[in-house]
Design a protein around this ligand. Structure first.
Ligand code: PMP
Ligand code: GLU
Length: 397
């Protein structure tokens, strides 16, 4: 007899980014040439001094359970870094270290949402937000944004989406999947609505360090007085330090929320890997040159990607302010056949692009924006060049 899966998990969509990455991997294993722009993870190896710190942690015997919310040194180092960078005062107890920022998000939603609560999520949104909200029994309220406004939520859209049940606004800047960034003024204007409507904010700032040109990152909690008391900031080492596999993320939040998340985590996962925590400590408190070096490479790739996208016929894409994604509009290319196969939506388009040219992207529909595709440019220029040749050939076919 096949077991019945719980209703809440039956309703869960698997991660589309990871599903596309798995498909690309499968094709590679089968010996096919694949240009993989699906998953968003830096192709660089973790900087040596961070790996050394992990080896030292093992040699020093840091191979046991730690405090559930993370080792004191890392919690203090994160708090200190926020004080220095953003002028935000957090005590170490307000930092909860988890198994990646995805886990931090899960903790935050689980500790804050009751069934029936509403969480406002501007679309396009990263694939996991809505699903993590649904797991709590709360309702994701998706608010579509405009490409012409660089996919930014406006204060009027936020106000219009609020009901008596609205509890949380989710923000992600720089954005996955669009690379769009709110200016300090944009954030201030949204913050005014947040304060007026008495909302909490989960601010996903994992791409904080990956910002291009004149764009300026500011942490949401700093843009108006009183925001730190209603904001859970999400961050981690995955993107800035090329540490996706180490699984370390964290939250900065009011103490009562931190205590709740710590307690949840103590029952759920005990603690994040002790060795990874020491590696993250070296990342946060060690030399930061490596972040700048990787950013320089990402900046070259971004420029290249913008140049190639601009040359694609009837494809549009706003300039990316941060992160390492391009979210481009392929609406003009839907509703026709490619190599004899009818392509009607972004999922068909991405799947046929992969099947026919070996180029892996992720369909906009997975991010709540039909008619678009996401390309991660956290890959080498050489792979990007061949991938774009494949996209060009596909559009001509
Ligand atoms: N937030 C955003 C916007 C992301 O793109 C990612 C990357 N998967 C995460 C959170 C989670 O990062 P991780 O769990 O690897 O720390
Ligand atoms: N953030 C990355 C992405 O969106 C990693 C994959 C994931 O965790 O979804 O592709």
């Amino acid at each position: 007899m096949a077991a019945t899966i719980s209703k809440i998990i039956q309703a869960l969509e698997p991660s589309a980014t990871l599903a596309m990455a798995a498909k690309a991997r499968e094709m590679k294993t089968a010996g096919k040439k694949v240009y993989d722009f699906s998953v968003g993870e830096p192709d660089f190896t973790t900087p040596q001094h961070i790996c050394d710190a992990a080896a030292k942690a093992m040699a020093d015997g840091h191979t046991h359970y730690t405090a559930s919310g993370g080792i004191a040194e890392l919690r203090s180092a994160v708090a200190k870094a926020y004080q220095q960078t953003h002028g935000l005062e957090y005590g170490p107890q307000q930092v909860v270290v988890s198994n990646g920022a995805k886990h931090s998000l899960h903790n935050a939603f689980t500790c804050l949402c009751d069934p029936g609560d509403e969480v406002i999520i501007p679309a396009p949104y990263w694939v996991s937000y809505a699903e993590l909200v649904k797991l709590t029994g709360a309702k994701p309220v998706i608010v579509p944004t405009e490409e012409s406004n660089n996919f930014k939520l406006t204060p009027a859209q936020l106000r219009a989406a609020c009901t008596s049940k609205t509890k949380i606004l989710l923000l992600c800047s720089p954005s996955n999947p669009t690379g769009s960034m709110y200016t300090p003024d944009d954030l201030g204007a949204l913050a005014d609505v947040v304060l007026e409507k008495n909302l909490l904010v989960i601010s996903d700032e994992i791409y904080e360090r990956l910002v291009y040109g004149d764009n300026k990152f500011v942490s949401f909690a700093t843009v108006r007085p009183g925001l730190a008391e209603r904001t859970v900031t999400i961050n981690g080492v995955s993107k800035a330090y090329a540490m996706t596999g180490w699984r370390i993320g964290w939250t900065l939040s009011p103490l009562n929320i931190a205590k709740a998340m710590d307690s949840l985590q103590s029952q759920e996962t005990s603690n994040p890997s002790s060795i990874s925590q020491y590696a993250a400590l070296a990342a946060v408190s060690g030399p930061q040159q490596c972040v700048g070096d990787m950013l320089k490479e990402f900046a070259k790739r971004r420029e290249y990607v913008q140049g190639r996208l601009a040359k694609l016929p009837k494809v549009t894409c706003p300039e990316m302010g941060g992160a390492f994604y391009a979210f481009f509009n392929v609406q003009a290319h839907l509703g026709r056949t490619y190599g004899g196969v009818q392509v009607n939506n972004s999922a068909d388009w991405c799947l046929q692009l992969l099947a026919q040219q070996g180029v892996a992207t992720v369909m906009g529909s997975a991010f709540g924006a039909e008619g678009y595709a996401r390309l991660s440019f956290a890959t080498s220029l050489d792979v990007l060049e061949k991938g774009f040749d494949g996209i060009e050939a596909f559009l001509k076919s």
